[in-house]
Design a protein around this ligand. Structure first.
Ligand code: CA
Length: 94
């Protein structure tokens, strides 16, 4: 994928863009791995945010916009979700 096509893909997919070359610089580096980890970490919180934003009245009341993706609220939700998932995994693996 060319850098231009990659940047266009980011613009159209927004938060949900995922590719091997996450920062569209034309090479696969450790920075891309960091962006994958960030994408994965924020998935539960950003998913909840996306679901809430499907309800326009609620999204307007809570002043939610796509700029909230990967922010503090999805970060807290994601941290809790991953801790719960880790706890469940630890409990069932014993
Ligand atoms: Ca890259």
């Amino acid at each position: 994928m060319t850098e231009f096509a990659c940047l266009n893909q980011i613009a159209s997919d927004g938060r949900w863009f995922i590719a091997k070359d996450m920062n569209c610089d034309g090479v696969f580096t450790i920075s891309d791995v960091g962006l994958w980890l960030k994408w994965t970490f924020f998935l539960p919180g950003d998913g909840l945010l996306w679901a809430v934003m499907q309800l326009p009245e609620v999204a307007i009341f809570l002043e939610l916009t796509p700029t909230a993706y990967s922010g503090w609220f999805p970060g807290v939700v994601s941290a809790i979700a991953w801790l719960v998932a880790l706890g469940i995994w630890a409990a069932i693996s014993d």
